[in-house]
Write a protein that binds this ligand. Structure first.
Ligand SMILES: [Zn+2]
Length: 222
């Protein structure tokens, strides 16, 4: 069941692999949708299965409490984090977690990325905070990620990787790519000199654009 939803998750996971955002079996992808009876379901990549041999049947479907509804494999180790983000963010339709290189570089410095670029603010919501370290797959990591994510669309996980979300899978993938580009600019800028934050007017305009695009409830506090 839910072939189309599972296929969409698989295709996004393969695209992440093809574009170099994940290696081997790392990273994970999910999307949230309504089942035929109106209940909330989440389709998520399985644990420990290489992307090149993964099929749509391998994608696990869970209910909102994380109980399996379809699929024989164990769900991603980071299922708790995905479900916690969906609970915290009512308009999140898809979540992508990667170990991409530049996001990981900044994540090991444990320094947040200030609001450096117009597209970063307009689409990701402003600064990118770093969630405090906790073991992969732990409830602590899920809580730390939600706390650092706040109302924005991307967060770094200290000494680990990155998470981006969107209203659908395409948007979550695009935000993941924008997060990686932003981290690359930040990392290289810090090697060359000081990375300066956007001027105040540009920051306000970017935040207004973010609020208009993703809803006033998501706009970061001034
Ligand atoms: Zn990870």
């Amino acid at each position: 069941m839910w072939e189309e939803r599972r296929t969409q998750v698989l295709e996004t996971a393969r695209r992440l692999c093809r574009d170099g955002f994940v290696l081997g079996t790392t990273g994970n992808v999910s999307q949230r949708f309504r089942g035929p009876e109106g209940g909330e379901l989440v389709a998520i990549t399985p644990s420990g299965r290489p992307y090149d041999t993964m099929t749509a049947d391998d994608i696990v479907v869970l209910d909102a409490q994380g109980r399996p509804v379809a699929g024989d494999l164990p769900p991603s180790i980071e299922t708790v984090m995905h479900l916690a983000i969906y609970r915290a963010r009512s308009n999140a339709g898809a979540v992508v977690h990667t170990h991409s290189v530049y996001a990981s570089i900044v994540a090991v410095t444990c320094r947040e990325i200030p609001a450096l670029l117009d597209d970063q603010v307009a689409f990701l919501g402003g600064e990118i905070k770093v969630a405090e370290y906790a073991l992969p797959g732990s409830p602590q990591l899920a809580g730390n990620a939600v706390a650092a994510l706040g109302p924005r669309n991307a967060v770094l996980l200290a000494n680990h990787g990155a998470v981006a979300l969107g209203r659908d899978l395409r948007e979550a993938f695009d935000h993941c790519a924008l997060l990686e580009k932003t981290a690359q600019v930040c990392a290289l800028a810090r090697m060359v000199g000081e990375a300066r934050e956007l001027p105040r007017g540009a920051l306000e305009a970017g935040r207004a654009a973010f609020g208009a695009r993703f809803g006033d409830a998501l706009a970061p506090a001034p």
